[in-house]
Design a protein around this ligand. Structure first.
Ligand code: CAA
Length: 651
């Protein structure tokens, strides 16, 4: 498709596309073929990248290869992968001991060697002369300073932290860490890369423990402290950890599986950074030195002791999570996403804090802090919110990024492909309501914060709804869609990835839909025992006619962006690599035109649809006539005659 003409300058949020070379089948080098390195390499190869795994000697490489083969064999056994796909993935991974060979022509180098600062620094020294200024270099670290590791590196702007979670091939969380000199564009390239390798990124500042380990590792340590104090049996502590956070494993079993030494070392580095409140429990060290797993199964659960354990875990978790936000390390949304995606907890600290109420949460934090006078600061924002009587901590599921006269409204629940739950629908409605009165706004782009629009209404939430709640939910969705449809300025829906069910219904409320190549659109509601209710059936019928709508709705089939274009659902198909830039160009072109004329003709087209032809024609003539009374009309025509660009003021 021909490139769209760029009009004005409409910046593209976070996920820059066209200037990014980091997409399959680009080459990526992973330095270190251990547990983390092999998992990272596998995830990248599965996404279509060409991988070069480098380690120091042949036995180390053989171990790395065996780890990948084992993981892939498991995936084939669980029928997640066909044998043919496994072979394809393996064929994309090369193994070498030669560093120069490994990094030649790569778009990204991921260092994933042993978590030892001296070892990493030596490797970066060796690497520095071998990579060009375009290559991104990332360190996979969970505890070392990214700024420190970037020191002396010739291109610190292209250097960042990329903290994958264990097991790296499967766990979807990745923390993107900017060092003091990391370029913002490096972070957005890594964000886009993370989605390409099917990860969910969260961005964090370069402080010890980054986001997730800062509250997760102390939780493991707290379990050891509680055991040491004989506050409860190991089995009690284990069960509370599981129940409280909705996790499959409690703290002791987690350490048994992932390694007690790792917990001990991670807590030690937090202790160095933050002082005694983070000191490793002697009981943790003892268990680590013994080389034996935690014997929690050998003890009995003592139900009467659960409240003490619960209070300690919550006080610690809320205390650290609120500090993370106050210190600017991570947002509340990222903190919760980290817990749900990376730790597979049912809810994150802030959702849990809101569930309990900020007043009660503050009480637990203060009680915990009393054990560590002067060493466990209580977030002032938590105190202030609680003092104002706020019950919940606000969590945004919609992000707005303003770029001159264009606003990007970004649906932001990437961990569930932007599944539309009640809260997200309410926030979409509120966001568009707030933007209605924004005087300088000339166009809106509605898209996902990740390269996915929305995979429909939230099935998990819907499955729990009663009949009256289901009816209310339908109207809630319609309110959000109506708000978009009636928005005074043009709204463009950019569909990347999926627009299914309620997701497509929402997109159809926009003035028009553009889709990126590779996107899939559909109305699969009848496959779930329901049917479209957010206006999708009605709007689609008006857009593409009765027969085509019925075919899509009755079959529930997903169609490609190209097929959706042929059916008339989509106004234009954009190359996936430049979709964001291209839609910005379309919005820029709209924004450069006379705002009143654009807004009025939007009304003419929409209102005219429901009117008789005669009334619609009359409305069109009357409205067009009124444009002659605007300053923009005078300016537009004067500019044409004077052969210059018009300066429209919307008056
Ligand atoms: N509701 C809740 N969660 C959803 C979801 C939805 N509609 N769609 C995806 N997710 C979640 C998945 O459960 C998964 O979560 P976990 O990582 O915790 O397991 C995560 O998002 C990623 O999804 P998948 O692993 O399934 O991703 P995939 O790439 O393998 O498949 C997909 C993508 C084909 C879109 C698949 O997720 C899917 O079929 N989703 C459901 C689509 C659907 O039926 N939507 C219509 C809902 S009904 C409706 O929308 C009606 C209405 O308005 C009232």
């Amino acid at each position: 498709m021909a490139r769209l003409r760029r009009v004005g300058s409409v910046a593209v949020p976070g996920l820059r596309t066209s200037a990014n070379h980091l997409r399959p089948p680009a080459a990526i080098a992973v330095l270190g073929g251990g547990n983390m390195g092999s998992g990272i390499a596998q995830a990248c190869a599965q996404a279509g990248f060409h991988l070069r795994v480098r380690d120091v000697d042949a036995p180390a490489l053989a171990r790395g290869r065996a780890l990948i083969e084992k993981m892939l064999a498991g995936a084939v056994e669980r029928r997640k992968l066909t044998p043919a796909r496994r072979d394809e993935v393996l064929a994309r991974i090369e193994f070498t001991t030669d560093l120069t060979e490994a990094v030649r022509g790569t778009a990204l180098v991921i260092e994933a060697v042993f978590e030892d600062e001296a070892v990493k620094r030596d490797l970066f020294r060796e690497l520095a002369p071998l990579v060009g200024p375009e290559t991104l270099v990332a360190t996979n670290t969970s505890s070392l300073s990214v700024t420190g590791l970037a020191e002396g590196f010739p291109n610190p702007g292209r250097f960042a932290g990329l903290h994958f979670f264990f097991p790296a091939a499967i766990n979807k969380l990745v923390e993107i860490v900017g060092g003091a000199r990391t370029d913002p564009s490096t972070l957005s390239e890594l964000e886009r890369f993370s989605y390409l390798v099917r990860k969910i990124p969260i961005t964090t500042a370069d402080r010890a423990g980054f986001c997730v380990n800062r509250y997760f590792v102390p939780y493991l340590n707290e379990a050891a402290r509680l055991a040491e104090e004989s506050a409860a049996s190991l089995a009690t502590i284990e069960e509370v950890g599981r129940e409280l956070f909705g996790a499959t494993l409690g703290p002791f079993e987690l350490m048994n599986v992932t390694g007690i030494p790792i917990a001990f070392h991670a807590e030690t580095s937090l202790y160095r950074a933050f002082g005694p409140a983070y000191a490793p429990a002697p009981r943790l060290e003892e268990q680590f030195r013994s080389g034996k797993p935690w014997p929690w199964k050998e003890t009995e659960v003592e139900p009467e002791k659960k409240p003490v354990v619960r209070a300690r875990f919550l006080g610690l978790t809320f205390g650290i999570a609120t500090r993370l936000v106050e210190e600017g390390v991570a947002t509340a949304e990222a903190t919760d996403r980290g817990a749900v995606v990376g730790l597979r907890r049912k809810w994150g600290p802030f959702a849990q804090l809101s569930g309990l109420g900020l007043g009660e949460g503050l009480g637990l934090v203060e009680a915990y802090a009393r054990n560590w006078p002067g060493n466990f600061p209580v977030a002032q924002t938590l105190r202030d919110r609680a003092a104002r009587g706020e019950r919940t901590w606000p969590l945004s599921l919609v992000r707005v990024e303003r770029s001159g006269p264009v606003a990007w409204v970004l649906l932001d629940r990437p961990e569930v492909l932007n599944a539309l739950n009640s809260e997200l629908l309410r926030q979409i409605d509120a966001t568009f309501r707030d933007l209605e009165t924004d005087p300088g706004l000339r166009a809106v782009i509605l898209a996902g914060s990740s390269p996915v629009f929305a995979a429909g209404a939230d099935i998990e939430e819907m499955s729990r709804k009663s009949l009256p709640e289901g009816i209310e939910f339908g109207f809630l969705g319609q309110r959000a869609a109506d708000r978009i449809e009636r928005f005074p300025a043009p709204v463009i829906a950019l569909v990347e990835g999926y627009a299914l069910g309620g997701g497509l219904e929402l997109a159809l409320a926009a003035d028009f839909v553009v889709a990126a190549e590779g996107a899939q659109l559909g109305l699969p509601e009848v496959t779930l025992g329901i049917h479209p209710g957010m206006g999708g059936a009605t709007r689609l019928t008006r857009l593409i006619g009765r027969a085509r709508t019925k075919m899509l709705v009755y079959t529930g089939a997903r169609v490609s962006a190209e097929e959706a274009f042929r059916l008339g659902v989509v106004a234009r198909v954009l190359p996936a690599d430049s979709a964001r830039d291209d839609v910005a160009a379309i919005a820029g072109a709209i924004a450069a035109n006379a705002p009143l004329a654009v807004r009025w003709v939007k009304q003419v087209i929409d209102r005219g649809l429901d009117a008789s032809t005669a009334s619609a024609l009359h409305l069109e003539a009357a409205s067009a006539g009124h444009t002659f009374g605007t300053d923009d009309r005078s300016e537009g025509m004067k500019a044409f005659l004077e052969r210059r660009k018009p300066d429209f003021r919307g008056k």
